[in-house]
Design a binder for this molecule. Structure first.
Ligand SMILES: C[S@@+](CC[C@H](N)C(=O)[O-])C[C@H]1O[C@@H](n2cnc3c(N)ncnc32)[C@H](O)[C@@H]1O
Length: 340
């Protein structure tokens, strides 16, 4: 158990230390990059096994930071390991199939159709779009998740290069003694290799195109330069992060070019829903929690034409060997902005 926590710590320190444009633009020092992450990993499990490392952490990490580190490890397993393969097949594959059906990639448009994935987490969706021949842009506002995404997309050099132990913090429902500390290899697909294979198949044309836009979705994508610039917006487990989902629908409508498509898969576990008075953050008070029927009604009112609608059984960030999993019966839909 202790070795598993140490290995998580080493991996997270490596991700946090790595020089990147986010650290440069925020001017984060090396101490800032590593101290909070290190403490969070060390404190992320509280068992007798962690006692030997406790004395080296003099300050305690906030609960919020600890939960971010744990979520990042789960998200890495979901997006970048073979543990997450089933989850991606349930959730991401039908979205990509729908995109290819509605906006096929041809020799003429390869790497030119601009596709945005807001709330892209650890970035796998961006790679999957780019290797299929779309000009992919991911958007994410969580600093920790941005570090993980940029690391997986830019720094990994080979398949199964890193080992993490994402389930070490889960208490209970382990089938065997060793299940909690089970090692998980990442990445199951190396971005560098996958992009170079895609570039070879492109021939003389433009190579694969992918990038990340850091920031809050509405703040970044309400800017006038984005209006009508996107062939597709793919929202995967994202739309329920809105304090007011009507703002997301409105923004996605404006982003799409005529003929563009919004493809969604996810639940409506509204992130800002809470008992009145349970938090000082005003977004909890503003939370709007529409049913799917109402979301569809609003989207049609804006002008979207719904094409495909299905329910999907999707697990989320679940240890495949555990006796318990979080599973949703999500809604998958595609909705087009008419050409005129
Ligand atoms: C439930 S996770 C889904 C991650 C990924 N799409 C997946 O399916 O695994 C939602 C993600 O959206 C990000 N997010 C939430 N609100 C956001 C916002 N307003 N702007 C940008 N990203 C946001 C979170 O940080 C988180 O990574």
């Amino acid at each position: 158990m202790l070795a598993a926590v140490r290995a998580n710590g080493e991996f997270c320190q490596r991700v946090a230390r790595e020089d990147n444009s986010y650290h440069r633009s925020f001017g984060t020092t090396m101490k800032e990059r590593t101290s909070s992450v290190g403490r969070s990993v060390a404190q992320s499990i509280q068992s007798e096994d962690t006692l030997p490392i406790r004395p080296t952490w003099t300050e305690s990490s906030s609960a919020a930071n600890m939960s971010k580190v744990v979520s990042a490890l789960w998200q890495l397993a979901r997006e970048w390991s073979s543990d997450g393969e089933d989850q991606r097949a349930q959730c991401l594959d039908p979205m990509l199939a729908e995109l290819l059906r509605i906006r096929p990639v041809t020799q003429a448009n390869r790497n030119k159709q601009r596709v945005l994935a807001p709330g892209c987490g650890a970035g796998r969706i961006v790679l999957e779009l780019a290797i299929r021949g779309y000009a992919a842009v991911g958007n994410e506002f969580c600093y920790g998740m941005l570090l993980v995404a940029t690391f997986m997309l830019n720094r990994s050099t080979r398949r199964n290069e890193f080992t993490i132990h994402p389930w070490v913090t889960k208490r209970g429902n382990h089938f065997t003694d060793s299940a909690a500390s089970r090692a998980v290899q990442i990445p199951d697909l190396c971005a560098r290799e996958a992009l170079s294979t895609a570039a070879e198949s492109t021939g003389d044309g433009d190579g694969p195109s992918l990038s990340m836009c850091a920031g809050e979705f509405l703040v970044e994508f309400s800017k006038p330069e984005h209006v009508g610039q996107w062939a597709a917006v793919l929202t995967c487990f994202f739309i329920d992060t809105a304090p007011n989902i009507l703002d997301y629908i409105d923004c996605i409508w404006r982003l799409l070019e005529p003929g563009g498509v919004w493809i969604n898969n996810g639940p409506l576990l509204y992130h800002w829903a809470a008992e009145a008075g349970s938090s000082d953050d005003p977004r909890y008070e503003q939370s709007v929690e529409l049913s799917y029927e109402a979301v569809r009604h609003v989207a049609e009112g804006v002008g979207f034409i719904f094409e495909q609608e299905a329910r999907c059984d999707c697990r989320y960030a679940a240890d495949p060997t555990s006796m318990m999993a979080t599973a949703y019966n999500t809604v998958l839909f595609s909705a087009r902005k008419p050409k005129s």
